[in-house]
Design a protein around this ligand. Structure first.
Ligand code: MLT
Length: 243
């Protein structure tokens, strides 16, 4: 069997449509959009609609009956939204059976830039094992791991999740950035909560009162559901539990 080739893209902004064309893409935003999307689906949300702007989020909610509007700007909930970007904003009692419209600064950007991909998943440390399984199930010879980053810059916490995916795909051929991510993940594995807490974005979140979110996001391989794009209705993410 030909080994899967994995190439990493360092930021959402660096992901060009042609890089994603016709290959599966795993977009990564460990802190926090991909972690939160998985939490909402795990808690019973029916679907997630990731959108780029606040205006698009309000417009999408109009079209979806009973939808919950969530996300952040500057890490905080947006005026008029029902929820922020914390995984704890999406408990079962609030999300079960509902649609969620989500807009975040970097995570939803990475995902929407992958629109020409043959398939797209939204992953983080908690769901890295499922992302690896999903890539195997896709059966493609090549895939792109698109790190969301922060504000156009590279994010260590996204690199750790990319490395966690690579760790679950031992036969894969890795490009230099993926190889670096794998080494970083192996080195950080012993103390992921501290590693995440010490990142610049982890520090900003903790300063804003989101220390629990950072600790939750550090729970590698703990998730049970991976958000993946519905290829029939491409704008939405649905729960993937395994092949
Ligand atoms: C983002 O998409 O930029 C992040 O999820 C921001 C955040 O931590 O809320």
């Amino acid at each position: 069997m030909i080994p899967l080739e994995l190439a990493a893209c360092p930021t959402a902004q660096a992901l060009r449509a042609k890089d994603a064309l016709g290959v599966p893409v795993v977009a990564i935003d460990t802190l926090r959009a991909a972690t939160t999307s998985a939490a909402a689906l795990e808690n019973g949300a029916g679907e997630i609609w990731p959108v780029r702007s606040v205006e698009a989020a309000f417009a999408r909610r109009e079209r979806l009956q009973g939808a919950l509007l969530g996300g952040e700007r500057q890490m905080l909930p947006v005026a008029g939204f029902d929820a922020g970007n914390s995984p704890f904003d999406y408990p079962p009692g609030r999300v079960a059976g509902r649609s969620v419209v989500l807009t975040t600064t970097n995570g939803t950007l990475a995902l929407t830039r992958a629109h020409k991909a043959s398939g797209a998943a939204f992953a983080a440390l908690r769901t890295a094992h499922l992302a690896a399984n999903w890539l195997e199930a896709c059966g493609a010879p090549r895939a792109v791991i698109a790190l969301a980053g922060t504000g156009g810059g590279f994010s260590y916490e996204d690199a750790l999740a990319a490395g966690a995916i690579a760790a679950r795909l031992p036969g894969a051929r890795l490009d230099d950035l993926m190889r670096t991510c794998l080494s970083a993940f192996r080195a950080a594995l012993r103390n992921l909560p501290r590693e995440l807490a010490e990142t610049p974005h982890g520090q900003r979140l903790i300063a804003r009162g989101f220390a629990d979110d950072v600790a939750y996001a550090a729970q590698v391989f703990a998730g049970t559901v991976l958000p993946v794009r519905d290829e029939q209705k491409k704008g939405r993410l649905v729960a993937w539990r395994g092949a």
